[in-house]
Design a protein around this ligand. Structure first.
Ligand code: FMN
Length: 339
């Protein structure tokens, strides 16, 4: 079965790949992922804060450190196990590139228009075949408008794109009020692809200790639906950009839904963290079996078959459809005897 796909100007043997995560932190796991059929390896992110912190540390070592420096550094997250400093990150990309035959997609994470975007070039020189730019940002400042945040995303994407020759994808969050408009702007900056979507990790509150506790829960299949809607909308455009799904892929049904909605690449993290790299081989085998059973000749035949332009009920994707959903719930579920 032909599962091949084009994503970020790369021809891949299938859409399946591990998403940015600690899965690429260990060389043994990287090799196991390739053996399990990963069509590319996406490396975890190098964060803007890590680059800034590294530069501040160099300054600190060479100049008399002002109090304010030490204070500034203390705001940055302390590097944990797999969070490498910038130089070690570049070395890690080099090692992965040397160890596998599939393309390597590195990841930069940040949102201020500052010098850290130069690292895109260094990552390219380290051998990455493509780059993901993750613009993770919580819009908590009441003086910054949505338009200003979108300008920042576009500006950072432009800087990164102009620093490199390799293809660049932007990993977006779903929390933009006019996502499609932003995507158009990114496309006009020649951005090569989008990864839909970031997941925000929400701190919890410890009510006894009166502390916030960082939480990182792995995803569930229900998270896929938000992605399906936007894949279906964005893949229906005539001059669309390459699309990867990230979030909620746990089984072959999820892979097929994402591809039918228009995904060119399918990234998996939580399912691989839970079940190990071998889960990727299982997904691949299940995908082939399903396509054969349903008499498809290739995966390409399924791609976009349920997007906004082609599905029988486009309104389901395009409109919020609250009325139908809310009235339908009562009739379909009938658990209201308790009321
Ligand atoms: C432990 C962990 C670390 C992650 N690190 C990164 C990262 O460095 N960069 C990034 O863009 N996304 C990172 N992610 C997000 C994943 O790439 C992915 O978008 C998210 O887990 C949703 O996919 P899933 O449902 O398959 O898990 C991380 C996720 C997890 C669980």
């Amino acid at each position: 079965m032909d599962l091949s796909t084009r994503y970020l100007d790369l021809t891949l043997s299938s859409p399946l790949m591990p998403g940015a995560s600690p899965l690429a932190a260990d060389m043994n796991t990287v090799r196991r992922l390739e053996d399990a059929g990963a069509a590319a390896i996406v490396v975890h992110s190098l964060f803007e804060e890590q680059i800034v912190q590294d530069r501040l540390s160099v300054l600190q070592a060479t100049e008399d450190p002002a109090e304010s420096f030490a204070e500034a550094i203390s705001f940055f997250p302390k590097s944990d196990g797999y969070r490498l400093g910038p130089e070690a990150y570049l070395e890690h990309v080099r090692r992965i590139k040397a160890a596998v035959d599939v393309p390597v997609i590195a990841s930069l994470n940040g949102l201020t228009p500052a010098g850290w975007t130069d690292y895109a070039r260094l990552i390219e020189q380290a051998g990455a075949d493509a780059l993901e730019l993750n613009v993770y940002f919580v819009a908590a400042d009441p003086t910054v408008s949505s338009a200003a945040i979108e300008d920042r995303v576009v500006d950072v994407a432009r800087r990164v794109k102009s620093a490199v020759e390799i293809p660049v994808a932007v990993k977006l969050s779903p929390f933009f009020s006019a996502l499609h408009h932003l995507v158009r702007r990114l496309r006009s900056e020649a951005i090569d692809g989008l990864v839909l979507f970031n997941r925000f990790y929400q701190p919890d509150i410890d009510i006894e200790a009166l502390e916030t506790t960082p939480t990182l829960e792995l995803s569930t299949p229900a998270e896929l639906r938000l992605r399906l809607r936007w894949l279906a909308i964005l893949s229906a455009e005539a001059d669309r950009t390459a699309l990867a799904v990230s979030g909620g892929i746990h089984d072959v049904g999820g892979v097929l839904k994402a591809v039918m909605a228009g995904a060119d690449a399918v990234q998996v993290v939580s399912a691989l963290l839970r079940h190990g790299p071998q889960r990727l081989a299982q997904l691949r085998a299940d995908l082939v079996a399903w396509l054969e059973e349903h008499e498809y000749e290739s995966l390409a035949q399924a791609r976009g078959s349920m997007n906004l332009a082609r599905c029988p009920d486009p309104v389901a994707f395009e409109r919020a459809n609250y009325l139908a959903a809310l009235t339908g719930w009562n009739a379909a579920n009938r658990p209201l005897d308790v009321l």
